[in-house]
Design a protein. Structure first.
Length: 253
């Protein structure tokens, strides 16, 4: 019987031994080789590479965040568009429902207009009642000192007492006047020489009443209510507004 240690080795076994011997020699040479010490340039290059890699990673993260934000915005826009389409006439509903919804909207607008009109009318009525109270019930603000209330609610205040002939009924007078009124007391009319005969209905009743007793050279302020003026006619002071006259008597015969 042949001993395994004394028999000749096969080619396969010899190749395996040579291969193992080469591996052992290579490992021994690596372990015995001196370790490489990196130079300063290599260290800088490695740091630069690492920074570059880090910058790339950050850019990728930003791109991901931007993509997510764009997707969120797109989703929101789509949701808004769907809501608009759903609430639009005929959007997402059948024609009958669309017509009913349109009719409902129109009714709401009509009701709102009616409420606004009623509110405005109520406000105007309140203002008209206030004017009525001022003119006919004497509830206006306190009169200026020296103001006298004459017939038909005409109010008179002498600014300058004249020294000439006194105005009476049937007197032919020449006057200079200014008329103002309205919310801001704007000038409505004026005349430097206006001639009329007192008490002959040639002028409004407020003038025939308010000018009596004046003397030539005198100036008087008159506040004339609608019933002694132009009634409900609007001559620039508003319908039913008070008229404010400054009258100066120039001559009287």
């Amino acid at each position: 019987m042949v001993d395994a240690n004394t028999r000749p080795k096969s080619k396969k076994e010899l190749r395996a031994e040579r291969k193992n011997a080469k591996k052992l020699a290579a490992a021994k040479s690596i372990n015995q080789a001196p370790k490489h010490q990196p130079t300063e340039d290599e260290i800088k290059a490695e740091k630069h590479r690492m920074k570059k890699e880090l910058r790339k990673e950050r850019l990728k993260e930003r791109e991901k965040e931007m993509i997510k934000e764009m997707r969120r915005e797109k989703k929101i826009r789509q949701q808004k568009r769907k809501r608009r389409e759903l609430h639009a006439v005929g959007g997402g509903i059948n024609p009958q429902q669309a017509a009913e919804r349109l009719k409902e909207r129109r009714n709401k607008k009509k009701q709102k207009k009616e409420r606004d009109a009623a509110t405005q009318e109520s406000t105007l009525e309140s203002k008209e009642m206030a004017v009525f109270d001022k003119v006919f019930n004497g509830t206006e603000e306190e009169d200026e000192e020296g103001t006298r209330v004459l017939e038909m609610g005409v109010k008179a205040k002498d600014v300058v007492i004249g020294k000439g002939q006194t105005v009476q009924n049937n007197s032919l007078v020449s006057v200079r006047y200014k008329l103002s009124g309205g919310r801001f007391g704007a000038l409505i009319d004026s005349n430097n020489k206006f001639v009329f005969r007192v008490g002959k209905l040639e002028v409004i009743q407020g003038w025939d009443i308010g000018i009596l007793g004046m003397k030539v050279g005198g100036t008087r302020k008159l506040v004339i209510p609608p019933k002694a003026g132009y009634g409900s006619k609007d001559i620039g002071a508003g319908s039913g507004g008070l008229l404010y006259f400054d009258i100066t008597v120039l001559s009287c015969t």
